[in-house]
Design a protein around this ligand. Structure first.
Ligand code: F3S
Length: 432
């Protein structure tokens, strides 16, 4: 039984028009599936995959309906950001000219006509009129310049962003950002919106100080595998940097489905271990020691040859500091194999202004934006062995190659291992 306010009931009966009605029907069904008794009014921000007019198998509306809504002056109820490049084609926003590979529909990403069509400007003209910021990134928090504050209720999407919102920022979201939640400014009230569900139940210890970027990535994946969807409190780590939070958040929601974690002294809802646990005892204790870390590293590293055909960096999309560091490391060098670097579209121009794009191009590398190989459906033909520096990309890219005889091989390691592979065409990374 979902308890709706009078306003919500009115919307459900169609008194506010067809789109609010479809959105409310969808939210009510989401509540029923999730066991939520009511909707929560959002006061944070929204993030949704676009175009997004097909909410589910049962609930959708037409482009003409959307046009009529936008022209009537309707606005998204919360500040709303577009997740990565338009769904369907997921073509790069920048750098598509370097991307000679087939899209899901069979056309080439570097075909100018295809690119124009795949950007679906007809939708974004309407969406911008309704207030959407078309950031097109799986790491919108890098560019939104309007982050939700602690305790605010949000509706975000993209697995790596969910723990970023909950754990890193202390705002509250489930993985439910959609046209319906953003337009109505409402979401089912369950999971991470409820204070009680945010306390840690699993205490995770380590045997080594987790401090390098690679250690954070491998550790995040191994913790996720161990705790599943529970809320862990992580002990025995250094304080994560911005890059390391990006890696931890993407890896922990890849190895498992962790939406929330605590690091006492680092994350906002854990000034101490006692606070993280909500004053209770943990239900379980576990150790992610050297054996578990090595296992995770080996699981993510599935290659039989050390000959690398291509390198990909930028999962989640790179922040500006990582792009600067990469430029310094590539300056005056030449890549032996293609190196793709991915960032958020709004950071592309920044990287250009700062001279990084020129450095990359002179080294034979390409900066792109808004998508990634796993989202685009794979890598260019002929690439048999890809080097990456994040668990999430290593894990999901194989999903693009379901045929076991034709599986893409993946070398997984540190960013420096990947740069070395780009310059030499060889994989020399190893777990230390
Ligand atoms: Fe983003 Fe693709 Fe990684 S969408 S988080 S770069 S798998």
């Amino acid at each position: 039984m979902v308890n709706l306010t009078d306003d919500e009931k009115r919307m459900l009966q169609g008194e506010d028009g067809v789109i609010p009605q479809v959105c409310m029907q969808y939210l009510v069904e989401m509540c029923q599936v999730a066991g939520a008794e009511k909707l929560v009014d959002l006061d944070g921000t929204g993030d949704m995959h676009t175009p997004g007019i097909s909410l589910s198998q049962h609930y959708s509306f037409t482009f003409e309906d959307l046009k009529a809504l936008a022209e009537s002056g309707a606005q998204f109820k919360v500040p709303t950001f577009a997740n990565k490049a338009p769904f369907g084609e997921l073509t790069p926003v920048h750098g598509w000219q370097h991307c000679h590979m087939r899209s899901y529909g069979g056309q080439y990403h570097d075909d100018p006509e295809f690119h124009k069509k795949a950007m679906h400007e007809e939708y974004y003209t309407l969406y911008r009129k309704m207030g959407m910021m078309t950031t097109f990134s799986c790491a919108n928090y890098l560019t939104m310049s309007f982050l939700p504050s602690i305790g605010q209720h949000c509706t975000w999407f993209e697995s790596s962003q969910i723990p970023y919102c909950n754990a890193t920022l202390g705002a509250r979201t489930n993985i439910d950002g959609s046209f319906a939640t953003c337009l109505l400014g409402k979401a089912p009230y369950y999971g991470m919106h409820i204070t009680e569900n945010r306390y840690a139940t699993v205490l995770v210890k380590t045997e080594r100080l987790i401090q390098t970027d690679l250690e954070w990535d491998v550790f995040g994946f191994a913790v996720g595998e161990d705790v599943g969807v529970d809320v862990p409190v992580l002990l025995g780590t250094a304080k994560p940097t911005t890059t390391q939070f990006q890696k931890l958040n993407s890896a922990i929601h890849t190895g498992g489905g962790v939406s929330m974690y605590h690091i006492p002294g680092s994350t906002p809802e854990a000034p101490s271990l006692e606070w993280a646990l909500g004053g209770k005892k943990p239900i379980r204790e576990t150790i992610i020691g050297d054996k578990e870390l090595k296992n995770a590293y080996e699981k993510l590293n599935y290659h039989t040859s050390d000959v690398v055909d291509m390198v990909y960096l930028g999962c989640p999309h790179l922040n500006v500091v990582d792009m600067m560091r990469l430029a310094r490391k590539l300056e005056g060098k030449k890549c032996a194999v293609p190196l793709w670097i991915m960032t958020a579209p709004w950071l592309y121009e920044t990287a250009k202004n700062l001279g990084y794009v020129k450095v990359y191009e002179e080294a034979g590398a390409h900066l792109m934006s808004g998508t990634c190989p796993a989202a685009m459906g794979g890598v260019p033909e002929g690439v048999k062995n890809l080097a990456v520096d994040t668990a999430k990309q290593a894990y999901y890219i194989t999903g693009c190659y379901p045929d076991d005889d034709n599986k893409l091989q993946v070398c997984y390691g540190s960013t420096d291992d990947c740069i070395d592979a780009a310059l030499s065409g060889r994989w020399r990374g190893e777990w230390k």
